[in-house]
Design a protein around this ligand. Structure first.
Ligand SMILES: Nc1ncnc2c1ncn2[C@@H]1O[C@H](COP(=O)(O)OP(=O)(O)OP(=O)(O)O)[C@@H](O)[C@H]1O
Ligand SMILES: [Mg+2]
Length: 253
């Protein structure tokens, strides 16, 4: 059974960073094949993986509204196009959603996408969806069961309570979330006891969102981003990998 892992959290808290670290984890633990979906209109997961985007699903959607080659049904054509748009790497494929059609559009093209996604999803053990703050793409892609919702927060009590509210927007979207896990990112190292206390208190108040762990603010990540090298190539002994892998072990083991 394919497991769907989706990211949630306020802008800039580290959803894309966590997606890239998680992909690294799943590959190293041989929990593959993985489909990584960049569901941010301003796609940037590919940059952290040092990959070029070839075609986005937004572009494909436009194509299938037009003429389709003779001898092919529209869903065959859609399926072929989606496969062509995947960036295929060792252990994972990357799919880039691109610009959406606009709010509330459930036109025929989106139905084909949803149908094709069902079939496509079966090829993977895990699907990671890197969302922007909203999570509309998930229902658009027919990914309505989220096995793991990873909620990323900045290291503050207020941030955590905001994270809790963001986690709740899955309700109106009719997403079925099996597990929620909070990850506090960019914390000072070491975490001052007063901050740890605030975090613990906020976690206790924000019901049903256990703390999976804390990732320190990391110069290694900043340097990796600056150099343009893939987050899959972070040195094995780096602290950020150690911390994030311990968190993922807690969630997925
Ligand atoms: N632990 C960390 N240490 C240092 N820098 C970090 C850390 N986590 C994230 N950053 C930096 O913070 C910035 C925002 O991170 P990221 O893009 O992952 O956030 P996001 O939640 O995906 O943002 P958006 O909402 O815009 O998609 C990036 O420049 C990233 O390199
Ligand atoms: Mg992002």
């Amino acid at each position: 059974m394919t497991k769907v892992i989706a990211m949630a959290g306020k802008g800039g808290t580290g959803k894309t960073t966590t997606s890239a670290l998680l992909l690294n984890y799943l590959i190293q633990r041989k929990m593959t094949p993985v489909l990584a979906v960049d569901a941010d209109a301003n796609a940037n997961l590919n940059e952290l993986l040092d990959l070029e985007i070839t075609a986005t699903l937004g572009e494909i959607r436009k194509e299938i509204k037009g003429e389709i080659p003779s001898g092919m049904s529209r869903d065959q054509f859609m399926e072929m196009k989606i496969h062509q748009s995947l960036i295929e790497e060792s252990g994972f494929d990357l799919m880039v959603m691109g610009q959406p059609d606009g709010p509330g559009c459930y036109c025929a093209a989106n139905q084909y996408l949803a149908m094709t996604m069902d079939k496509l999803a079966e090829n993977y053990k895990y699907i990671i969806v890197d969302n922007e703050a909203g999570m509309e793409h998930l229902s658009r892609m027919n990914l309505t069961t989220i096995d793991y919702l990873l909620i990323i927060s900045d290291p503050s009590a207020r941030g955590i309570l905001t994270a809790r509210r963001i986690a709740d927007i899955t309700g109106p979207l009719q997403l079925d979330v099996k597990e929620r896990h909070l990850i506090v990112n960019r914390a000072p190292d070491p975490v001052p006891p007063a901050l740890q206390e605030k975090i613990d208190q906020a976690v206790a108040e924000a019901a049903d969102m256990p703390l999976a762990g804390i990732i320190s603010s990391s110069d290694e990540l900043i340097n990796q981003e600056l150099s343009g090298a893939s987050y899959l190539q972070l040195p094995e002994n780096s602290k950020v990998l150690e911390q994030s892998f311990a968190i993922f072990d807690r969630i997925f083991a």
